[in-house]
Design a binder for this molecule. Structure first.
Ligand SMILES: NC(=O)c1ccc[n+]([C@@H]2O[C@H](COP(=O)([O-])OP(=O)(O)OC[C@H]3O[C@@H](n4cnc5c(N)ncnc54)[C@H](O)[C@@H]3O)[C@@H](O)[C@H]2O)c1
Length: 252
């Protein structure tokens, strides 16, 4: 039985994970951390990690970038593996994850859905075949409560495409700031916010007289919660290191 600490337990994702974990025989939430301190489930909730020293095998984080530094130092101190799913991390915070992974297992993915990770794989393959003759643009859509833009997933898709290209790459966010033609090396990244859209990502490969679109649509937040729980079970007990969805998919 894998004992989980849920950071951001009172948020939308924290609550979906709490519901799924309560009917999962292989794991249980031992404690929650949340700045609200409110108790919504059958486990204790602490405002700060330093208040909890009880049982735990792994931490799952769906909270806010502000909590990352304190959470990582807690995990390092207790030698606890961490699944980090919070998006909108700065480059400095991503470096903190890399540094922590020298001491503890860190699983990081801007998108915990297995389907999105398959889409990233397909986008890499398409880039290898089409790069140079097709323009690549990414469009993402999310609900009106999301605070970061573009989505961490859109950036992860763009980074994966960039790494497959032989030439340089420039990210262009929306297109209202300059009146000029598109350059070949650009990847346009566009964000739409509205209503209750859970998460949609399209990668558009536009060539001469033909367009190829790869699309993923999440119908509920459960797809991320299922992936995060799988990730938690996967890294509990692993050696220190930096783990991703690729490692998890390869282990299946
Ligand atoms: N990687 C993925 O697959 C994936 C999927 C969905 C959401 N997310 C990301 O997860 C994060 C949370 O999403 P959500 O929809 O649950 O948001 P939310 O706003 O509903 O919940 C965030 C929770 O974190 C708590 N919180 C805020 N600051 C905190 C702090 N400093 N310490 C502890 N708790 C704190 C809030 O009180 C709240 O309960 C966001 O960054 C979101 O983009 C990632």
């Amino acid at each position: 039985m894998v004992k989980i600490i849920m950071n951001g337990c009172n948020g939308k994702m924290g609550q979906v994970i709490s519901r799924l974990a309560s009917s999962d025989d292989e794991c249980a939430i031992a404690a929650g951390f949340d700045i609200t301190g409110e108790v919504k489930n059958d486990y204790p909730v602490f405002r700060s990690p330093s208040e909890y020293s009880g049982e735990a095998d792994v931490v799952i984080d769906f909270s806010h970038p502000d909590s990352l530094e304190g959470l990582l130092s807690y995990c390092r101190q207790r030698k606890l593996p961490a699944v980090i799913a919070t998006t909108g991390l700065s480059n400095m915070q991503k470096n903190m994850l890399e540094a922590a992974s020298e001491e503890i297992p860190i699983f990081f993915s801007a998108n915990m859905s297995l389907g999105i990770n398959l889409l990233i794989d397909l986008a890499k393959k398409a880039t290898r075949l089409l790069d140079g003759s097709f323009d690549i643009e990414i469009v993402e859509m999310h609900h009106n409560q999301k605070i970061d833009a573009p989505s961490g997933t859109a950036l992860a898709i763009a980074d994966a495409i960039r790494d497959e290209r032989s030439g340089g790459t420039e990210y262009i966010y929306d297109r209202h700031t300059a009146r000029k033609k598109r350059k070949k090396e650009e990847i346009g990244i566009h964000s739409v916010r509205g209503g209750t859209i859970v998460g949609e990502h399209s990668v558009i490969f536009a060539g001469t007289d033909e367009v190829i679109k790869l699309e993923h649509s999440a119908a509920s937040k459960e797809v991320f919660a299922v992936g995060a729980l799988r990730a938690a079970k996967f890294i509990a007990g692993k050696k220190p290191g930096f783990y991703s969805m690729n490692d998890l998919i390869e282990s299946l």
